[in-house]
Design a protein around this ligand. Structure first.
Ligand SMILES: Cc1ncc(COP(=O)(O)O)c(C=O)c1O
Length: 385
């Protein structure tokens, strides 16, 4: 008898192979410069690598405490307090996670019950919707304003119901590279004040804000902070996306619920990286200097692109640059990205990938977290456009 694998009824029928996987595979096949997926092609600070080696040599190789090692939680609390003026108790309000991705799904599983509504602002990062589906929640999609990607508070207000459990926000924003203003954060704070709606604030690009602008963390707004899971990621900040270490800061009652799920989700996160990150965080320079580091790359890339017929959208934060393709091509975003990869030799991501209904506004996203030589190489190829 041949062995038979029972059929499984999928829990995520809408999820297939993502465009990120498709574009990365095509980029390899066509030997294209991959400005699609968002990760650096350069290394991290050697001091950080040395700190991991030192931590392992010092014997930090067994399970750390469930919420993460205290020195790292203390370092995070100090940073948030210094930058955003809000004190989180490292014991009861900060948890180390396996990247922002785990932080987000754990927060959702901790608070969203079957039938609860969760508002997402589209375009949005691709894990939010499947996470809500897995929790049995109902996804309520509210578009950011087409063209500017600003939050539309009338639309958000109209989407709030007695069943709304949470809203997920993301600033600096992937994929649009916009950054919420203080006024917008205040509007959100006021809108939610009479409700019991929780906020999941995805702030993984918190240290990538340009032209002297400020990152408006939810931590800066006391009434928002009181209802918010703030999520961040060391992968983005320290150029180590493969390490998958992040954290969640949330008021103690929210953190208690978060940890109930976290302990059966991953229980805890690898020990040597936590020790290394705690040591490395003692010096704030690497994250304070990140805006200048990336702004130079942004400007270099934008300068080259401005010589093409691609129309640049503002990039106020993150390591992404969006461009309008309508002067260059009649193709839809997805076909354009395939063509660009195959024929021009540069991979990009269509914005339609960040919408549930595949909304196409003729805009694609490039990632400029690349070595200068990679950016120059891409620009030489894009010069044909
Ligand atoms: C908006 C956003 N949130 C979360 C993540 C995931 O971060 P991590 O790699 O720490 O899981 C990413 C990564 O691209 C992102 O762009």
């Amino acid at each position: 008898m041949t062995a038979r694998t029972p059929e499984v009824q999928t829990k995520l029928p809408a999820v297939g192979t993502t465009i990120f996987t498709v574009m990365s595979a095509l980029a390899v096949e066509k030997n294209a410069v991959n400005l699609g997926q968002g990760f650096p092609d350069f290394g991290c600070d050697p001091k950080l690598l040395q700190a991991v080696t030192d931590a392992m040599a010092a014997g930090h190789n067994q399970y750390p405490p469930m919420p993460g090692i205290l020195p790292l939680r203390q370092a995070i609390a100090s940073k948030i307090s210094a930058l955003y003026g809000h004190s989180y108790d490292p014991q009861s309000e900060i948890t180390i996670t396996a990247g922002a991705t785990q932080a987000i799904i754990t927060a959702i599983l901790a608070v969203v019950r079957p039938g609860d509504e969760v508002i997402v602002l589209e375009p949005c990062y691709d894990s939010y919707v499947p996470n809500i589906d897995l929790a049995g929640g109902k996804v309520v999609r509210v578009p950011l304003t087409p063209g500017t990607f600003r939050p539309d508070f009338d639309k958000i207000a109209a989407a709030l119901t007695a069943r709304t459990r949470a809203i997920i926000i993301n600033t600096p924003h992937n994929p649009s590279a916009t950054v919420w203003t203080e006024g917008e954060m205040r509007r959100l704070e006021e809108l939610l004040a009479p409700t019991d709606v929780l906020v999941i604030s995805d702030e993984v690009y918190e240290h990538m804000v340009y032209a002297g602008a400020k990152h408006e963390s939810a931590a800066r707004f006391p009434d928002l902070a009181a209802r918010t899971f703030i999520v961040s990621s060391f992968g983005k900040t320290y150029h180590v996306t493969g390490w998958k270490v992040g954290y969640v800061a949330a008021p103690a009652p929210l953190t208690a619920e978060f940890r109930k799920v976290h302990q059966f989700n991953v229980f805890t996160v690898n020990t040597p990286m936590q020790h290394a990150l705690a040591n490395f965080m003692a010096d704030p320079a690497p994250y304070l200097e990140l805006p200048a580091f990336y702004q130079r790359k942004r400007d270099l890339f934008a300068e080259g692109l401005s010589k093409t017929r691609l129309k640049l959208l503002p990039s106020a934060g993150t390591y992404f640059q969006c461009v309008d393709i309508s002067e260059v091509s009649d193709l839809n975003e997805s076909d354009f990205c395939q063509w660009l990869t195959s024929e021009i030799g540069v991979a990009a991501i269509p914005l339609s990938a960040f919408y549930g209904d595949g909304f196409d506004q003729r805009v694609v996203r490039f990632c400029f977290a690349k070595k200068d030589e990679t950016l120059h190489n891409a620009l030489e190829r894009l010069a044909r456009l």
